[in-house]
Structures are given as structure tokens and as C-alpha cells.
Design a protein around this ligand. Structure first.
Ligand SMILES: NC(=O)C1=CN([C@@H]2O[C@H](COP(=O)(O)OP(=O)(O)OC[C@H]3O[C@@H](n4cnc5c(N)ncnc54)[C@H](O)[C@@H]3O)[C@@H](O)[C@H]2O)C=CC1
Ligand SMILES: O=C(O)[C@H]1O[C@H](OP(=O)(O)OP(=O)(O)OC[C@H]2O[C@@H](n3ccc(=O)[nH]c3=O)[C@H](O)[C@@H]2O)[C@H](O)[C@@H](O)[C@@H]1O
Length: 445
């Protein structure tokens, strides 16, 4: 199949490379000239395990090419995937200007019948809007069909997720377009859900919102666990064994971040508003997420009292490990709060210092050396569960910190291993280990 993929970000590039890998001839198109020339040389602008290998392999085989030229990119293509960004507008709704500009470019440049496949996360009704926009400027007798094919990959494991996802969702009002997409996706050997256009669009938002809700649910439980002396990890493990609940996305912590959960829950709430429905559950999911960051700062101030001139080091800055993505990372809010309360804030991340510098508040002292980060700090706060942080010897934490005081926002260590570490250890929804003074867990009742 001859396929064009528009947008070579996380989703577009991974989609293009994987479609080439399963035997299609793919042209990836982007307006970013720097990105395109990097990709032509076989280098990936993002780090995703296995991506660069598949990219160079398929470039060599001639299965994939890159261009900034729409006329060249769309020539002779049977299917065009759209994978440009749909960021958040100030009112929370999804910004569709990149989608609109792609539609204009398609209608001006396409010369043959074509199926348009939307990978971008777009509000319900957008695929119909895409069809209308393209058709409005198209020169007859060219016909187009639209298919919604939302993406479920996670950053950091994008290639793996494409080949091992739980399902592929395709929605359309055109049965032959659905069959075509089913045939294209067959080599992935994953369950395929065929549905109508609007349900496919909604499945994407509902899935992200549900995952965000699971995280906020366990975070809410974690607060109560801390008060009553229970261990939220044990609670999550016990709950998760019930197949109706499932054990994934029940990891308590400082809350979710990233380019999607915050944006997509907001977009869903904005969609609700259009129909005068308030979505109280989703609003609470967001509130709990916001509270988790504040709770971390409260934990630190409760323990240390005034933070004036106390050195607090944040360990890990990205919204999750194995990415340099700082979008909506909880570390940003925690740093802001700590600075506001007078702390001196140091910040460590193994890869994201350059991207962190552009979004973290000032003044923060950055380092990508963990030893240097810990040296002389009054307390350390784990914000991202990087392997580098989890495998750093506990004796070294103890030796380097002025006070052996560790706040763990990702529950990286078991309570048993912390017991003999000589470190005072505060985590999320679990009893304090080696507390300065022994406090009865029931005192707040
Ligand atoms: N990042 C992720 O993990 C996931 C993202 N999504 C959704 O996929 C969509 C894309 O997200 P990302 O790949 O993260 O975005 P991104 O921001 O990484 O990439 C978007 C790309 O589109 C290009 N672009 C913008 N306007 C263009 C135009 N008119 N013509 C050609 N190229 C153009 C940009 O230069 C950029 O390279 C969004 O709707 C997002 O919500 C869905 C699932 C996972
Ligand atoms: O629509 C999207 O863009 C993507 O959003 C998420 O993927 P991603 O944002 O890459 O990362 P996740 O691994 O889902 O983590 C998101 C956030 O939730 C947090 N999280 C995750 C799981 C958990 O149990 N607890 C928890 O706090 C992570 O630390 C991170 O900050 C979804 O998992 C993907 O299926 C989806 O395609």
C-alpha cells in the first residue's frame, strides 16, 4: 500500500516507520525542515527504543522517505494518515489549527481518490469536520473517505506498543474504508475494533480519562492509607488481583503529567460544557491530581518546618522515566511551591536538563550528576522513577545528604529495604520508615 503520514512527531514517526516495517511504501511529511533532514539521514529527533534501527533499516530498503513538500508527499498515495498535534487551548478545548492547515494542504495537493486516516486525538465530530473541510476545496471528481484510528502508544515504549498493543480501533461510516484499514493493520496481529466514526473518537478520550481516573483514585486512597497506617502498595496489589479492577495504573505517586492525560481530560470536560454537562467525576480526577503535588510539599514542610534556606534536591524532572519530555511534569509545580516557601532548590535529571531549563521556575540549580545533586542537600525528593535513581546505592544517599531524609514521590523502594538504610524515608500512602520521632499512625484520627 502507498501511504503518506503527515506529522513526524511521536505518533507520526512511529506510525510511519512501523507501517513501512510491515511492508508498505511510506512517505512521511512534516513542515519542520530540520526534522525532515535529520530523518532523511536516518537519525530520529526523539528517543524511542528500537525506532532508529527500524528507521535506518527501512530507509535502506527504500520503504520510507521524508519530505516537506506536500505535492511530492501525497502523489499517488492511496491512504493519508494525519498525526499532527492537537494541543490545549487556553479554555481547555483542543486546538485544531494544525489539523485545519493539513486539510487545506491535502485538498490543494491531492490528485487521486484517497482514504484519510486520523491518528491525532481529536474531539468527537472532528473527522466529519475534516471530511467537510477537504471536500469544500477539492477538485471533483476526486472522492475521499475518512477513518478515525486513534493512537494508544505510550512515550518511551512507542514501538513496542505499536506491535504489542491491546487493540487497534478503526471507525468510519464507509464500510470499504474500514475493510481497507483492517487489511493494512492485519500484519500487526492485534485485535481490531471496527466501529462508527464518533465512537472511535470517543474511545480515545474515554480511555485516557479512565486511566487518569484510576491514578487519581489510588492517589486519593493513598492519602487515607497514610492517615490510617495502611500501605497503599499492598492495597493496590490486593485490589488489582480482581480482574474486574486490574493491577495496572494503580501506582500511587505525585500524580500524572505528560502531553496527554492533562490535555485530554481538559478537552473532554470542554466537550461536556458544549452540551451543558459539567463532568463532575473528571473535574475531581484533575483536582486530586493537582492536590498530589501540593501534598508532597506539605509533607516536606510538615517534617522540616520552615524551608528558609534549606537545600531541597528534586530527583528526576520529567513526567515519567525514559523520556526527556517535560510537558506538565509534576516537578515544575513542586519546584514552584518549594521556591515560594523559601527553599534553595537543586534539580537532577539524567537526560532532561536542557528541556527542563526552558520550563522550570527560577532560580533552580541544575545538574545531571546524581552525586553532585545529593551533596549538601537537607532533603531529597524523588519525582521521577528513573532507573539511575532507583539503583543508586542507599549508603550513598545516606553519605551525601546533610540529613539522611528522603521523600519518595514514586514509591521506588520497599519499606523493608529502607528499614536498615539509616535513612528517614517518607513515601506516598505508606508508613514513615525510621521517623525522627515515633508517631502513632492513628494520631490524626
Ligand atoms: N505523544 C504521545 O504519546 C501520543 C500522542 N497522541 C496524539 O497524537 C497527536 C500528535 O501528537 P505528537 O506526535 O505527540 O505531536 P508532536 O508535537 O510530537 O508532533 C507533531 C508534528 O506535526 C508537525 N506538523 C504541524 N503542523 C503540520 C502541518 N501542517 N503539516 C505537516 N506537519 C505538521 C510538527 O512539525 C510536528 O513534527 C496529538 O493529537 C496527540 O494528542 C496520541 C497518543 C499518544
Ligand atoms: O494519549 C496519549 O498520548 C497516551 O497517554 C498515555 O501515555 P503517556 O502519557 O506516554 O504515559 P503513561 O505511561 O500513561 O504515564 C502518564 C503519567 O501517569 C503517571 N502514572 C502512570 C501510571 C500509574 O500507575 N501511576 C502514575 O502516576 C506517570 O508517572 C505519568 O506521569 C497513555 O498511557 C497512552 O495509552 C496514550 O496513548
Amino acid at each position: 500500500m502507498h501511504i503518506a503520514v503527515i506529522g513526524t512527531g511521536y505518533v507520526g514517526l512511529v506510525t510511519g516507520v512501523c507501517l513501512a516495517e510491515i511492508g508498505n511504501t511510506v512517505t512521511c511529511l512534516d513542515v519542520d525542515e530540520e526534522k525532515v533532514s535529520l530523518l532523511k539521514s536516518g537519525r530520529s529527533p526523539i528517543y524511542e527504543e528500537g525506532l532508529e534501527e527500524l528507521l535506518t533499516k527501512n530507509l535502506r530498503k527504500g520503504n520510507i522517505q521524508f519530505t516537506t513538500d506536500y505535492r511530492e508527499g501525497l502523489a499517488g498515495k492511496e491512504v493519508i494518515y494525519i498525526a499532527v498535534g492537537t494541543p490545549e487551548r487556553p479554555d481547555g478545548s483542543a486546538e485544531l489549527k494544525y489539523i485545519e492547515s493539513v486539510c487545506r494542504a491535502i485538498s490543494e495537493n491531492v490528485r487521486q481518490d484517497v482514504v484519510i486516516v486520523t491518528k491525532s486525538t481529536v474531539p468527537v465530530g472532528t473527522n466529519q469536520y475534516i471530511k467537510d473541510l477537504i471536500e469544500a476545496r477539492l477538485t471533483p471528481p476526486i472522492t475521499i473517505s475518512v477513518v478515525s484510528n486513534p493512537e494508544f502508544l505510550r512515550q518511551g515504549t512507542a514501538v513496542h506498543d505499536t506491535f504489542h498493543g491491546d487493540r487497534i480501533v478503526i471507525g468510519s461510516e464507509d464500510s470499504w474504508a474500514l475493510e481497507l484499514l483492517e487489511a493494512i493493520n492485519q500484519p500487526f496481529q492485534l485485535p481490531i475494533v471496527k466501529t462508527d466514526l464518533r465512537s472511535a473518537e470517543m474511545i480515545k478520550y474515554a480511555s485516557n480519562a479512565f486511566l487518569a481516573a484510576k491514578i487519581s483514585f489510588i492517589n486519593e486512597m493513598s492519602h487515607l492509607c497514610a492517615q490510617v497506617g495502611a500501605n497503599v502498595d499492598n492495597v493496590a496489589a490486593g485490589m488489582g488481583m480482581d480482574k474486574r479492577i486490574g493491577k495496572k495504573f494503580l501506582h500511587a505517586g505525585v500524580g500524572y503529567g505528560g502531553s496527554c492525560f492533562p490535555k485530554d481530560t481538559n478537552a473532554l470536560i470542554a466537550m461536556g460544557k458544549q452540551f451543558d454537562y459539567q463532568m463532575p467525576l473528571l473535574e475531581s480526577v484533575q483536582q486530586v491530581n493537582e492536590m498530589q503535588r501540593k501534598r508532597m510539599v506539605d509533607m516536606i514542610t510538615t517534617r522540616l518546618g520552615s524551608l528558609d534556606n534549606k537545600v531541597v534536591v528534586l530527583l528526576g524532572l520529567t513526567f515519567k522515566p525514559n523520556t526527556d519530555d517535560m510537558r506538565e511534569a509534576p516537578s515544575i509545580r513542586v519546584a514552584e511551591e518549594l521556591l515560594r516557601t523559601g527553599a534553595v532548590v537543586k534539580a537532577y535529571d539524567p537526560v532532561a536538563i536542557p528541556s527542563a531549563k526552558t520550563v522550570m521556575p527560577e532560580p533552580v540549580l541544575f545538574t545531571s550528576d546524581l552525586e553532585e545533586a545529593l551533596q549538601g542537600a537537607d532533603a531529597a525528593v524523588i519525582m521521577t522513577d528513573w532507573q539511575q535513581i532507583k539503583s543508586f546505592p542507599l549508603e550513598e544517599y545516606r553519605r551525601l545528604l546533610v540529613h539522611p531524609l528522603l521523600f519518595d514521590g514514586r514509591n521506588c523502594f520497599t519499606l523493608a529495604e529502607m528499614k536498615n538504610s539509616g535513612i528517614e524515608y517518607h513515601s506516598i500512602g505508606r508508613p514513615v520508615v525510621n521517623p525522627q520521632e515515633t508517631i502513632s499512625p492513628m494520631t490524626s484520627y
